[in-house]
Write a protein that binds this ligand. Structure first.
Ligand code: AMP
Length: 281
């Protein structure tokens, strides 16, 4: 496996692959890889001749008050995981490789970023779309892999690919959880032992919501309210949002007409965690 820092090295590698008619799968990540990332990488390795993983904490998607500086990083461990999984190229650029000092071009998505995380983190999805767009242009993959864990992000990337005519198939992969239900996340490392226990309230609320939906509750607000009440029983939890939206348009719905995405962001202490499920009917 090659580890490269420059766009030119990626492009040269890609050119070589294309000459040999090899299909390319891309897995964009911010590193500090865990089983969730690995599930995307494994699927990409199964479905493509060559897999490229990007490992880049994208500064543009963080607001000034967010955790850019403290976001966990461990390239050595990431490289070992990628190597063992069969990744061909690990792209780990410095921010100044991706963004010129006078970088002024951004990709913004309307409407789909109005709710959920887009509401709380107004510039976030512009940062995500911009970096993913750049990675798509650099790598020109056949397929790109994203987790359902970031459900709004997945819906936005699918729409961006359609709207901007990228010839790339976007593959959504299911949420990977710890044995006790907590969705795997690089940010789980921020939690102390009390917070780690308290964080279980997210997956408990997801299970509650899923059961209510499965048992025929048609009123989305009732499901959301019951989930919120459950989360409020945990003293360390502060709700950012729990909302029901149409899974494709990310617009608020009041009726459980599938596909409905019920998504949440909850602070456990200072750590903001997200989780969701999609009701397919
Ligand atoms: P990140 O490094 O957090 O930007 O995540 C990189 C990719 O991995 C994104 O497409 C995420 O949705 C996906 N991902 C992160 N955590 C999980 C998880 N627990 N299960 C499935 N996919 C995940």
């Amino acid at each position: 496996m090659k580890i490269v820092k420059t766009i030119k090295e990626v492009k040269d590698f890609v050119k070589n692959c294309k000459k040999q008619d090899l299909s390319i799968g891309l897995v964009p990540t911010m590193g500090y890889l865990h089983e969730g990332h690995k599930s995307l990488i494994d699927r990409a390795c199964k479905e493509n001749d060559v897999v490229i993983v990007s490992d880049f904490v994208n500064p543009v998607q963080f607001a000034p008050n967010e955790d850019l500086a403290t976001y966990p990083r461990d390239l050595k461990r990431d490289a070992a995981l990628c190597q063992a999984a069969g990744v061909a190229l690990l792209f780990n650029p410095e921010p100044n490789e991706m963004y010129f000092e006078d970088f002024h071009t951004y990709v913004t998505i309307q409407s789909l970023s109005d709710e959920l995380c887009g509401k709380t983190r107004p510039a976030h999805f512009t940062g995500v779309c911009t970096v993913v767009c750049k990675l798509f242009n650099i790598v020109t993959p056949d397929k790109a892999y994203f987790g359902q864990k970031d459900a709004q992000q997945l819906a936005i990337i699918k729409r961006m690919v359609r709207d901007l005519n990228f010839d790339i198939e976007i593959i959504g992969c299911p949420i990977v959880r710890e044995c006790d239900g907590l969705a795997k996340s690089s940010r789980n490392t921020y939690l102390n032992s009390d917070e780690r226990k308290a964080a279980l309230i997210l997956s408990k609320a997801i299970n509650l919501g899923m059961n209510l939906a499965k048992n025929g509750e048609k009123d989305a607000n009732k499901i959301v309210e019951q989930m919120k009440s459950l989360i409020d029983t945990e003293p360390l939890a502060v709700i950012d949002y729990v909302k029901a939206v149409d899974a494709n348009s990310i617009q608020i719905v009041s009726e459980m007409k599938p596909p409905v995405l019920i998504a949440m962001a909850v602070y456990i202490g200072k750590t903001r965690l997200i989780d969701n499920f999609i009701y397919e009917g």
